[in-house]
Design a protein around this ligand. Structure first.
Ligand code: FAD
Length: 407
């Protein structure tokens, strides 16, 4: 199939960019597809705070696709190449070396960078962030046995780094201004249990914020709110969020509002340019949704963009889902626990496998499961179908969730 846009150029080879290319070919697109990425080759990011940081996998093992996939799917991959500007009015894009590449439609899949707040001393080499494999390599080199590590931020990435650092026998302190980080994503009950896991594994958790750093040559001093004396560490890791990469979008004059604004078909304010993944915000019925910043959301964006380019209906929407791994537990969340009016615990908090389901007006709106993927799969179907489920039966671990789905 060709679409009248015979050369599609994808800027960014993360999961969003690669899934756009993959869905274009799966949908029968016959035109040229090119992915341009600044890195060595497209790789997956979630392992960077988990197995890759622990040294259990190498970069090749976390490639998004095997090298031959690109040839087999007629996807031209240009790596170690940076796009400097979008020149769609002139029929293409401009690379950093000044070269122009022709394109009929462009898909921006530029991801983002780890946030680095402007704190005094934050530019010290001892202060790390984690977004790329280079960041992970540098951090791993610093996570020596017994290293004193300060993790700033107890969200998803901060908690994963803290967990991996403990596995590597580091001495870890975690600071966060929130009493229960990620409560909005997993609900209060599970958030409290998760945060408590840090303490069980010997991590000191501090409620507060870092005000400044001083590199002393032999370590780094961190001043923390409410503490009289600075504390000394060998390594600091900032896990304080992501800054969306919107430079190309801004200079191309696209609508940007703390993210590249797209419609539900991933089209930006310029119809020749689509955008997918971490840097995007979708406007639904006039309301801008927050950036999703999760792996599956980026993958689904790519599939939706491909559908738009192919002129076919987008795949059916489904409740948002993400996972995180910490302290040897696998946590998955689906839907929106923040919308729940009441929650139901299935199993015992902390048991080998357990889950919580959030209800609003009698229907399940969110769920979180620890080492129980079946529960999350069932929850997703309940949410997608807006099923009214009996909370008591749901709470009973003897109830077969498949039966509940049948009504
Ligand atoms: C350490 C870490 C752990 C994570 N763990 C989880 C997890 O457990 N579960 C989960 O659901 N999500 C997780 N995430 C989030 C998930 O990885 C992201 O949502 C996902 O990678 C977003 O994909 P993307 O394609 O939008 O962006 P990215 O993966 O950031 O890809 C963007 C690409 O664009 C390239 N690029 C940008 N600008 C240019 C340019 N001008 N020219 C050329 N190339 C350019 C960049 O080099 C980059 O390769 C994690 C993220 C990180 C960083």
């Amino acid at each position: 199939m060709t679409t009248g846009s015979d050369r599609i150029l994808i800027v960014g080879g993360g999961i969003a960019g690669v899934s756009t290319a993959s869905a274009l070919r799966a949908g029968g697109y016959e035109g040229d597809v090119t992915i341009i990425d600044a890195g060595e080759f497209p790789y997956d990011r979630p392992p960077l705070s988990k197995s890759y940081l622990a040294g259990a996998t190498d970069l090749k093992q976390i490639a998004l696709q095997p090298a031959e996939w690109y040839d087999n799917n007629r996807v031209q991959l240009r790596t170690l190449t940076t796009v400097a500007a979008l020149r769609t009015a002139e029929g293409g894009i401009e690379l950093r070396d000044g070269k122009m590449l022709p394109a009929d439609r462009v898909v921006l899949a530029t991801g983002g960078q780890a946030a680095r707040p402007r704190l005094p001393g934050v530019d010290s080499d001892r202060v790390h962030v984690l977004r790329t494999s280079d960041d992970a390599d540098r951090l791993r080199d610093a996570l020596n046995r017994g290293a004193r590590v300060l993790v700033v931020g107890g969200g998803l990435i901060g908690a994963e780094v803290a967990s991996t650092a403990v596995d590597l026998s580091c001495d870890v302190v975690l600071v966060d201004p929130e009493r229960l980080p990620i409560a909005a994503g997993v609900g209060q009950e599970v958030a409290a249990w998760l945060h408590g896991q840090h303490t069980s594994r010997g991590i000191e958790t501090i409620l507060g914020a870092v005000e400044s750093f001083t590199d002393t040559g032999t370590g780094i001093d961190a001043t923390i709110t409410g503490e009289a004396e600075p504390r000394t560490f060998d390594v600091v890791v900032l896990g304080v969020g992501m800054v969306p990469e919107t430079t190309l979008a801004k200079t191309a004059g696209l609508e940007v509002d703390r993210g590249i604004v797209v419609d539900p078909g991933q089209v930006t304010s310029n119809p020749a340019i689509l955008a997918v993944g971490d840097p995007t915000r979708v406007r639904y019925a006039g309301v801008l949704a927050p950036r999703a910043e999760h792996w599956e959301a980026a993958q689904h964006d790519g599939q939706r963009a491909a559908a738009t380019l192919l002129g076919v209906p987008a795949p059916a929407g489904t409740a948002p889902w993400f996972w995180t791994d910490r302290h040897h537990r696998h946590i998955e969340a689906v839907g929106c626990m923040a919308d729940a009016q009441m929650t139901v615990l299935r199993g015992e908090l902390g048991a080998t496998a357990f889950s919580t389901f959030g209800f609003r007006d009698g229907v399940v709106v969110g769920a979180v499961a620890v080492d129980d993927s079946n529960a999350v799969r069932a929850a997703r179907r309940m949410i997608d179908r807006a099923l009214a489920v009996d909370p008591q039966r749901l709470a009973d671990t003897a109830t077969d969730l498949r039966k509940l789905l049948r009504g």
